[in-house]
Design a protein around this ligand. Structure first.
Ligand code: ZN
Length: 57
């Protein structure tokens, strides 16, 4: 089990604009948002969720 599928994140990130670069943390498209220490955020940045909702700041 060397390949870890992060399906738990797929759920919470379903609301975020994963096809876009995150305007907050700078995560690449289709990559998860990262905290400044490099850890994957357990929830996407709020700005990225708003991108998905179409209300671009
Ligand atoms: Zn982000």
């Amino acid at each position: 089990m060397t390949q870890r599928r992060l399906r738990i994140f797929d759920d919470v990130y379903a609301d975020a604009a994963m096809e876009r670069q995150c305007p907050n943390c700078g995560a690449e498209p289709n990559d998860y948002c990262r905290r400044p220490d490099g850890e994957i955020r357990s929830v996407p940045c709020i700005l990225r969720v708003r991108l998905a909702e179409g209300s671009t700041p």
